[in-house]
Design a protein around this ligand. Structure first.
Ligand code: NIG
Ligand code: FE
Length: 411
């Protein structure tokens, strides 16, 4: 089994119990002249090289490999829309020419377009499309991620997409959880109430019984579902023992952040139009993280979420890519962190916690992922710099020099 030690000029990690709330998000631990040691795929030690336990010490003089960049935890991308099939760059062009995201969706593009593309592709074609994307994520440091449905939009197609997500998860080296987002758009074959009934009465129980999903999400928006629908889906998710998540206040204000917090949802995501009441609710919410998706904000030109206010109010802020072919074709967590800095004012330390430990908590993976602590999986990155502030400082540059998963170097 894998066992090893790396020495580095610096190791930076969030520390303390997940999630880090409010200003705790800035409490990263910086260790200079650091070492990380692992055995059987788990971290055995992360700290000052001088404190390396005896069992690993004997080789120190014999020359453990010393890297020149910082060691940080692998990124956890807690909001993506993989698996999907095909791109929609022409819709991006149409938006540049003046169409809005709502317009594109209204003429049968957007989510409905991805639904058609997924339906027309074979399972193998979908996996062949997604596996390289997961590899690209890995090369950019994502060592755990969320997968979602929401492009199936019929009972059978949603279950198929959930099965594809589980198959994808088995074919990639990263840890991955699956979220059911059947309430992503109202299929034209149903009215909204009818589809919500189908989701609550048929899809959630069937997907849960087959062990296909780890959480349930709802897109609350004027072009999608309402907060009352969120309540109904929340009940069905709770009956199946699954956490609830919500796409909240992305294109307009709907009070979804408040409702998600009141329902004890695991997360409220996007939050571009989250108002003062939503900020207060998420600031006091024990169970609900505020997931920020700045790449999607940038890409669709939305107004920025109130990131600083959320942190000040005490919210558990997490960061993710929202990787999807419509609103965020960006899968790079370093790019997300760079955008979070420039657009949301997040410091490098805040982004590191938000994109690792807090994100792991959103996915229920915090026991094994999200920070460099003894007992967690040895998923870590070696950066090409000893200064993690270089991540947001150089958008477009991939600062990840090495990726380690369970103590094995994979990229
Ligand atoms: O999180 N806004 C809703 N869902 C996705 C976009 C899906 C798509 O356009 O394909 C999002 O931004
Ligand atoms: Fe999303």
């Amino acid at each position: 089994m894998s066992e090893g030690v790396l020495l580095a000029p610096a190791l930076v990690t969030p520390s303390g119990p997940a999630p880090r709330r409010g200003p705790e998000i800035s409490d990263t631990l910086l260790v200079r002249e650091a070492a990380i040691a692992w055995r059987d795929g788990l971290i055995a030690f992360a700290g000052h090289a001088a404190d390396l336990p005896a069992a690993f010490r004997e080789e120190v003089s014999g020359g453990h490999r010393r890297v020149s960049g910082s060691i940080v935890p692998g990124f956890v991308d807690c909001h993506t829309h993989m698996p999907f099939f095909g791109w929609r760059s022409d819709e991006f062009e149409a938006r540049l020419a003046g169409e809005t995201y709502r317009d594109v969706q209204g003429r049968g593009g957007g989510i409905f377009r991805s639904r058609r593309l997924l339906a027309e592709a074979s399972d193998e074609e979908v996996l062949d499309f997604c596996v390289p994307l997961a590899e690209e994520m890995l090369a950019h440091g994502t060592t755990a991620l969320e997968l979602k449905t929401g492009y199936g939009l019929s009972v059978e197609a949603e279950l198929r997409q959930a099965r594809l997500a589980r198959r994808l998860s088995a074919e990639i080296p990263q840890a991955a959880t699956v979220t059911l987002l059947s309430c992503h758009a109202v299929p034209p074959e149903y009215d909204r109430h009818g589809w919500v009934e189908e989701v609550c009465g048929t899809i959630i129980p069937a997907a849960a019984a087959e062990g296909l999903i780890d959480a349930v999400d709802v897109y609350v928006e004027d072009i999608a579902f309402t907060v009352d629908d969120l309540r109904l889906v929340g009940e069905a998710a709770a009956a199946a023992g699954l956490p609830l998540r919500a796409h909240a206040d992305q294109l307009g204000a709907s009070g979804t952040a408040e409702v998600a917090a009141a329902l004890g949802a695991r997360s409220a995501d996007h939050l571009n139009h989250c108002g003062a009441a939503g900020v207060t609710a998420l600031g006091h919410a024990g169970a609900t993280a505020a997931v920020l998706l700045p790449a999607s904000t940038l890409f669709i030109g939305a107004s920025p979420a109130p990131a600083g206010e959320l942190i000040e109010a005490g919210a558990a802020v997490a960061l993710a890519s929202d990787f999807n072919p419509g609103t965020s074709p960006c899968l790079s967590m370093p790019e997300v962190i760079a955008t979070a800095a420039s657009l949301y004012g997040l410091t490098p330390g805040q982004s590191l916690t938000a994109g690792t430990l807090n994100a792991a908590w959103v996915l229920g993976l915090e026991e094994k992922h999200g920070s460099l602590e003894a007992g967690k999986r040895a998923d870590f990155l070696v950066l090409d710099t000893d200064d993690p502030a270089m991540i947001p400082y150089r958008p477009g540059h991939n600062p990840v020099a090495e990726v380690w998963l369970a103590g094995e170097r994979v990229a």
